[in-house]
Design a protein around this ligand. Structure first.
Ligand SMILES: *Cc1c(COP(=O)(O)O)cnc(C)c1O
Length: 223
């Protein structure tokens, strides 16, 4: 198969699974956004998805995203680019200029840097607060105990908090973690839930995900 026909099959298969999971749980498929995670993928791999009409993508590094997407955004209209990786405060200006949504807000210093960058550029970027849902020492995301405070700080800084994001512990059953993130979102009146990756996006949809982040299942294994 050519790269494009392979991707067409993968994309249709994932969309079908999202549809099914949405139906089973009584949700509208249009409330769920499939973010194609294109980190480590080449411009030409990304182009085959763009040529199929897909427009929602995610990257985890600012510099890599700049290199690939400055050109692609000029070539294809309607691209929506999400940052799903950890962000250093000194890259806030670049992130605000390039991305349309940021999923990895996890500390007050980053809120401040993003808020300043947005004011400077007169550009509002909706953000998700990433929660360290499995309370892992090495993992990104704010501590559960700090979540309420960080939501307040973000809102006071004028940032639109779209929802919560998590990456459950590797190898664990993700279901209880997705359910916990959904509960926190509900507690704080947040609609957005960025959760679910290649191996567990259907479970995430059933538990309320509004944004699933799928890389491998679309593009194949990363090197
Ligand atoms: C890489 C990555 C994904 C996609 O993971 P796959 O298992 O390849 O689908 C999703 N979210 C984040 C934060 C990632 O870094």
């Amino acid at each position: 198969m050519t790269d494009t026909s392979h991707k067409l099959h993968a994309l249709a298969d994932i969309q079908q699974k999202i549809l099914k999971a949405a139906k089973i749980s009584g949700r509208k498929p249009s409330d769920i956004s499939l973010i194609a995670i294109s980190k480590t993928r080449s411009v030409s791999e990304i182009q085959s998805l763009l040529q199929l009409g897909h427009r929602v993508f995610g990257e985890n590094r600012v510099q890599e995203a700049q290199q690939k997407w400055t050109e692609l955004q000029a070539e294809y209209s309607g691209v929506q680019l999400h940052l799903v990786g950890q962000l250093q405060s000194n890259k806030a200006d670049e992130a605000v200029a390039l991305f349309d949504v940021i999923h990895s807000v996890d500390r007050p210093s980053l809120v401040k840097a993003l808020s300043n960058a947005m004011k400077k550029q007169n550009r509002q970027i909706p953000c998700f607060i990433q929660v360290n849902i499995g309370e892992e020492s090495q993992k990104g995301g704010c501590d559960i105990a700090d979540l309420a405070g960080l939501i307040d700080i973000s809102r006071s800084a004028g940032i639109e908090v779209k929802g919560l994001m998590c990456v459950p512990p590797l190898g664990a059953n993700p279901v209880p973690y997705f359910a916990l993130l959904a509960k926190f979102a509900k507690d704080h009146d947040l609609e957005g839930l960025s959760m679910g990756m290649s191996s567990d996006f259907e479970a995430a949809v059933k538990l309320g995900a509004t944004h699933v982040r799928v890389g491998t299942a679309l593009f194949g294994l990363r090197e």
